[in-house]
Design a protein around this ligand. Structure first.
Ligand code: DX5
Ligand code: ZN
Length: 218
């Protein structure tokens, strides 16, 4: 199933609650929330208290992308803040299995992500336990970067591996997604599309979401 997940990193932070609510009304399937600690990535965004505050504004599914050094330590607070899917990086310092188990124990969906330089096979040992894998299509840390087509071989390999093992896992792409790049990613096996700039910087977010969605249909 195709899902569109607008990233609030490109939204107007002064009215974040309203921006989150607006996305639900514009046809988004979930809301992508980029958490950055200034350590795992060279940028700082927001944390659990901000997510908790906007949780009151919309019932939309919260797709939380943790770009932080020690995700295990913070899982409780993000679950409590209202995250639904919790993605963390395989390159982070926390033990991967233990972190996945912690997310599951709190009733949330675990998801693993890889940076552009990380081999996709690094997530294979955990595929049985996660609901989603996020393949970064830019270097994590900033919105508005250019989509890296080289990452498509990873998306293809991951989708093949899931098929081989009869696993129905969501494959998410994040970074530089617009209708053109979403079409490429969909053709290679992605089904969840994070879009920051192309949705929030457009004049008509409903139209931008609909265009990404229709570009991904076969
Ligand atoms: C980058 C973030 C992305 C970012 C995408 O580190 O993970 O989610 O917000 O922004 P765009 O769509 O503008 O590339
Ligand atoms: Zn992200």
């Amino acid at each position: 199933m195709i899902k569109i997940s607008p990233s609030v990193l490109a939204s107007d932070f002064s009215i974040l609650g309203a921006e989150a609510k607006r996305m639900g009304e514009c046809g988004a399937d979930m809301l992508h929330l980029d958490v950055m600690d200034g350590c795992f990535v060279p940028n700082i965004s927001f944390g659990a208290p901000v997510i908790k505050a906007i949780r009151k504004c919309t019932p939309i599914l919260f797709d939380v992308h943790l770009m932080i050094k020690d995700p295990l330590f913070y899982i409780d607070s993000f679950a409590e803040a209202g995250a639904d899917i919790i993605t963390f990086h395989v390159e982070a310092d926390s033990p991967v299995s233990e972190t996945i188990d912690k997310i599951i124990s709190l009733g949330k969906t675990p998801s693993l992500s890889v940076r552009p330089s990380t081999d996709i096979s690094s997530v294979y040992p955990y595929l049985d336990k996660v609901g989603m894998v996020l393949v970064m299509t830019v270097e994590p840390g900033f919105g508005g970067q250019r989509f890296m087509p080289d990452m498509m071989s990873k998306v293809r390999a991951l989708r093949e591996e899931c098929k081989k093992r009869k696993l129905d896992i969501d494959v998410e792409v994040d970074g530089g997604i617009n209708p053109q790049t979403a079409e490429i990613a969909a053709r290679n096996g992605a089904n969840v599309f994070v879009a920051g700039s192309s949705v929030f910087k457009s004049e008509d977010a409903s139209k931008a979401i609909a265009e990404i969605r229709s570009a991904t249909l076969p």
